[in-house]
Design a protein around this ligand. Structure first.
Ligand code: ZN
Length: 324
């Protein structure tokens, strides 16, 4: 049965309150933390050398669009010039772009990853991906996957889960409405962009594995009908395993629904020793440079983070016991 988008908006389709407050808390420390990370990882590499090849960095973007003057800064917004600089910088530093499908096929065939592999992904399916990111990706010859919330395709309205305070503003609305199927077909025909599902309505699926499976089946049918994508790739809406948006029950539901992977938003490399059901991604922010993305994708970063968490558990067990 088709999912009734209009009937469920208020309860499930707006941004969950706990995510809004979490994002607001994280903002002030982001710049300092990123700077410390680049310096720390650089020092470790200088002292101890390269630390193996532990997986691919799957980058996660949402909107690639200029910041509209006079409006509050939306989250998940990367201006086109930053996007270009990030990708050009990664290519210059010797990173190898890969299609997500290739990464998945190599994992299944137990083939080795190209060193310093990275993948570009976009969540939700904003029109600004077509308008701003697509020309840059073609020029740089970098493939990418866009995960579509299929209920909103071809619609003139903003996504109901969009958390930008300026939504509804006519100037801002031009470039951040949903993609159309025609735009997707044009991007697909270029050979540089493919498409996966981000569910149908982009709802809060926590503790609702049956609903997730139902939405995935519907979304898969639409992707096959409009784009010929069979057994598509999948990325969880909101995507945090720790907060229950991508827990084991939901991953099982995704497997049953016929998608070929299920990406989360956990800050992790895609481990080739595991299948793609549960792979994390590296969020690319507006303030990221190629250097910060490289540092946050470096195996030394993850080794240092694991040690830091161990130390924190040792020093403050009562506090960390509640961290999911
Ligand atoms: Zn999303």
């Amino acid at each position: 049965m088709p999912v009734d988008v209009e009937g469920r908006e208020a309860e499930l389709i707006s941004v969950p309150e706990d995510l809004v407050s979490l994002n607001a808390r994280r903002q002030p420390w982001r710049g300092l933390k990123t700077h410390t990370t680049v310096c720390g990882v650089g020092a470790l590499r200088a002292i101890a050398g390269q630390r193996g090849n532990f997986g691919a960095a799957i980058l996660m973007y949402h909107r690639v669009t200029p910041w509209a003057a006079g409006l509050s800064e939306p989250t998940w917004n990367v201006p086109p010039e930053c996007f270009r600089a990030q990708l050009e910088g990664l290519l210059r530093e010797g990173f190898t772009p890969q299609p997500l499908r290739t990464l998945l096929m190599n994992q299944r065939a137990h083939r080795r990853l190209a060193p310093r592999s990275f993948v570009v992904t976009f969540d939700d399916g904003y029109e600004n991906v077509y308008r701003y990111a697509f020309p840059i990706l073609q020029q740089l010859k970098i493939p990418a996957t866009t995960f579509l919330a299929t209920a909103y395709m071809d619609r003139p309205d903003p996504f109901p889960f969009d958390d930008w305070a300026a939504k509804g503003n006519p100037e801002a609305a031009i470039a951040w409405r949903p993609l159309s199927w025609d735009q997707c077909r044009e991007m697909q025909a270029s050979g540089w962009i493919d498409f996966g599902t981000h569910t149908h309505t982009h709802s809060d699926f926590r503790n609702r594995p049956a609903l997730l499976a139902e939405e995935l089946r519907l979304s898969c049918l639409l992707l096959e009908e409009h784009l010929g994508e069979v057994q598509p790739m999948f990325a969880f809406p909101y995507g945090s395993r720790k907060q229950g948006f991508a827990d084991d029950a939901l991953i099982d539901a995704a497997r049953q629904a016929g998608v070929c992977c299920a990406l989360t938003t956990e800050h992790e490399l895609a481990d080739p020793a595991q299948d793609g059901f549960g792979w994390g991604r590296i969020t690319a922010h507006r303030h990221d440079t190629a250097a910060t993305l490289a540092a946050r994708s470096d195996p030394w970063y993850f080794a240092a983070r694991a040690r830091w968490r161990q130390l924190r558990r040792f020093l403050r067990p009562e506090r960390t016991a509640h961290v999911r």
